[in-house]
Design a protein. Structure first.
Length: 756
């Protein structure tokens, strides 16, 4: 199969052009796009009235509201039909596969529109046709492609083995879902109700759905509705995960929820939530969500929330699968409650990169994200770990010169030894070999206890077993080595001059620099140390970029607010600030600026960041001008949405906000950097970019002007011997570094296939 780049698709079946212009666009294209952006900004009403989407159509127009027409799941889809004007004498006729379903359509919110929940779709292709005798309009049809609710749609063949955990998943009433109904971990959908007591505390099960308890609390939502604080919790299975959605709904008097009768307490705003982690996130459904969807604060305001166990990286460390699952989850929500005014995503750590990656690769699912403890993606953590782990091995086993701790810090870039070691140990998520003895804190082959030992890979005992790595859990994206059956690996360190920055500042000697690069080595497919550098698979590298498994920043993130609300520790634990700045740099490199990215550091008050993000989204979503969405986002940025940092609160002083641009520096060159210095990482010390998104560098001949030191003739000969094909040219894009293919498919959907 050969890789291909095709068009990409937005919501409601709308096509959008593939993003093929990023950091390395031609200057002429830059000029044209820049002039166009200025024109749209200065003249937001340049389009004629007939061009606007709120004007009556000149023909029947059919659009899907809950998902793409070619990616429907579970047999139903919410459909909108618009037309020039209603015909009083003749009814509208809608058929599905030739059967009349006209009576399911209701007047829509738009003028001259009808909306209906189309059910009973057959698996595969279906035809929806709209006609009207006497309307003077020709019939129009839309092809709907329906997939099983068990998936897959775009993530490729289901990962095997896969452990169901429905019997361990606890419901709001204390019971469990019980055994799965099939091999796809399916369960019957359940609806539970919980309520908040006037005494406060935690939610309690609602004793009856016909009468409310005397101690039920009331809540007033952001839209001014005062309703009983009773929450509907729906739990079911989807894409082999367990989904839940929560929303204010009073079963004693509210009608059953539908897209045409949403709960009165819902403020028409939706929150996607995600879990955290990654190590151990493979081959299982998950017995917990990772984040509780019963968020009392947000529910009290009228927000609805949704989540799936496959959006918890500790269950499933595959962001593309998380994107597919989010697509299906949001479709289910819309078909149950209606179309939200906006959807925002929130999460920390693994939930942060899930928010970012889903938003970028599947634009339209989220209208804004607010994140903490940020990483670009799990792959960036693993790559930093792989570089670092080569260093720990060199220092522990090979080092003939005896690097001091200060010199180790200089060549790795971290704030100290502990920070360096903690980062290096994250390479464990790429190591499939159980029981490997290495430096303290390193744990190879991390498994969740739910996966039976007999299914697990062991190079001696079970060489055909499942491999617990970030690569193998996303094997449909990276591709499979036909010789081993293992996922192809994108890690590459050919041409990387480890410690070059430290050499140029005089922190290490030429001898140390040469010894380090001569003996650093690499890894084989089992993460064993080898003496040669690692050559990454260029096909796997390209697909990692295309799929968004490594965050690009030029897809959906180009046109929504992205709010990094802090959360890190540069001294240990691998939640480091350089990852936060890497996200901003990737967005800037792809979009020429990062004006839609906001960063707060320090002790950020969660209520403050939430208010700024939602006000921002509210503002640009309310902008009915003809400007492109990215322009709307930037133009409607609230006054409070400025970079800055927060001081730590004390017993006598509350936290204070310091507004100033956030920059990457370990020096006290600003108030915020004095309070919160940020440190480097191993590949940046090798003169790599801050965005850390070049997986395999292009090579250039050795240039002695790159060195601030002089080499002896013998050392020069040795340098050329270490790098016979040249060294990294960080001024160029990486090998196969391409933009994300938004709404890509790895099968079975044929739309926008990356593999043909």
């Amino acid at each position: 199969m050969k890789p291909s780049l095709q068009h990409t698709r937005g919501l409601a079946g709308l096509d959008r052009p593939a993003r093929t212009i990023g950091k390395y666009r031609l200057s002429l294209v830059v000029s044209i796009i820049g002039l166009l952006a200025v024109f749209l900004t200065v003249q937001p009403n340049f389009a004629t009235a007939q061009d606007r989407s709120d004007r009556p159509a000149k023909k029947f127009v059919i659009a899907t509201l809950s998902t793409h027409a070619d990616r429907v799941s579970g047999g139903d889809v919410l459909v909108e039909i618009t037309f020039p004007r209603a015909h009083r004498k003749h009814p509208l006729v809608v058929t599905l596969n030739g059967q009349d379903i006209s009576d399911i359509f209701h007047p829509g919110e738009k003028p001259n529109s009808r909306v209906g929940l189309v059910t009973g779709l057959a698996l595969g292709k279906n035809t929806l046709t709209v006609s009207g005798k006497g309307w003077g309009l020709r019939p129009e049809s839309l092809e709907l492609t329906n997939y099983p609710v068990t998936g897959p749609i775009v993530s490729g063949p289901h990962l095997q083995p896969f452990i169901c955990q429905t019997q361990d998943f606890q419901l709001p009433d204390g019971t469990t879902l019980g055994p799965p109904l099939d091999a796809d971990c399916s369960v019957a959908t359940r609806v539970h109700y919980v309520y908040m007591s006037t005494g406060g505390g935690a939610f309690q099960p609602l004793p009856s759905t016909t009468s409310l308890p005397a101690d039920v609390a009331m809540t007033t939502t952001l839209t001014g509705a005062t309703v009983p604080f009773v929450v509907r919790v729906e739990t079911g299975s989807m894409n082999r995960g367990i989904y839940q959605n929560t929303i204010l709904h009073d079963p004693t008097k509210d009608p059953p929820p539908s897209p045409f009768s949403p709960p009165p307490g819902w403020n028409k705003r939706l929150i996607a939530i995600h879990g955290a982690g990654c190590p151990g996130g493979w081959y299982r459904q998950g017995a917990a969500q990772g984040v509780n969807p019963l968020n009392a604060t947000r529910l009290a305001e009228g927000y609805a929330l949704f989540i799936n166990t496959l959006n918890h990286p500790s269950n499933s460390c595959n962001p593309f699968l998380a994107g597919e699952t989010t697509m299906m989850n949001k479709e289910r929500f819309i078909e149950t409650f209606g179309v939200p005014f906006f959807t925002v995503s929130m999460g920390g750590s693994g939930g942060a990169y899930t928010s970012l990656q889903v938003a970028d690769a599947f634009p339209g699912l989220f209208d804004g994200v607010v994140i903490t403890a940020t990483f670009p993606d799990a792959l960036s953590i693993a790559f930093a770990g792989l570089d670092g782990h080569l260093m720990t091995h060199y220092f522990a086993v090979t080092d003939p010169t005896g690097f001091t701790d200060a010199e180790k810090v200089a060549v790795t870039g971290y704030s100290g030894i502990q920070a360096f070691v903690d980062a290096a140990n994250q390479s464990q998520r790429t190591d499939p070999v159980p029981g490997r003895v290495d430096i303290p804190g390193y744990n190879s082959a991390v498994w969740n206890a739910a996966v039976p030992v007999e299914l697990r890979y062991d190079p001696v005992v079970n060489p055909g077993g499942a491999r617990p790595t970030v690569f193998d859990v996303a094997r449909n994206i990276y591709g499979i080595d036909p010789n081993t059956g293992f996922a192809l690996r994108p890690f590459d360190n050919v041409g990387v001059q480890y410690g070059l920055g430290a050499l140029n500042t005089g922190a290490i000697t030429t001898t140390q620099f040469l010894d380090l690069n001569e003996n650093i080595g690499g890894y084989d497919q089992d993460a064993n140390y080898v003496s040669s550098r690692t050559v990454g698979d260029v096909g796997a590298i390209k697909r990692a970029y295309q799929s968004g498994v490594t965050l690009g920043g030029g897809g959906g993130l180009a046109s929504i607010p992205v709010f990094d609300a802090g959360g890190y520790n540069d001294t240990s634990g691998y939640h480091y600030q350089h990852f936060h700045f890497a996200v901003r740099e990737r967005m800037r490199n792809e979009n020429d600026d990062a004006d839609n990215h906001l960063m707060w550091r320090g002790a950020v008050p969660a209520a403050e960041s939430w208010a700024v993000l939602t006000n921002w989204v509210e503002a640009y979503k309310s902008d009915n001008s003809d400007a492109p969405q990215r322009v709307k986002v930037i133009q409607n940025k609230p006054a409070a949405a400025v970079d800055g940092c927060w001081t730590a609160a004390t017993p006598t002083e509350p936290a204070q906000f310091i507004p100033e641009p956030q920059t990457f520096s370990s020096q006290p060159d600003s108030q915020c950097n004095a309070l919160y210095p940020s440190y480097s990482f191993t590949r940046q010390v090798a003169e790599g970019p801050l965005d850390a998104n070049i997986m395999k560098c292009q090579l250039k001949p050795i240039d002695l002007n790159d060195y601030a030191v002089s080499f002896t003739p013998a050392e020069l000969q040795r340098l050329f011997s270490i790098f016979p094909d040249g060294v990294c040219d960080w001024s160029k894009p990486g090998v196969n570094q391409v933009p994300v293919v938004t709404w890509a498919s790895f099968g079975p959907s044929p739309d926008n296939l990356v593999f043909e």
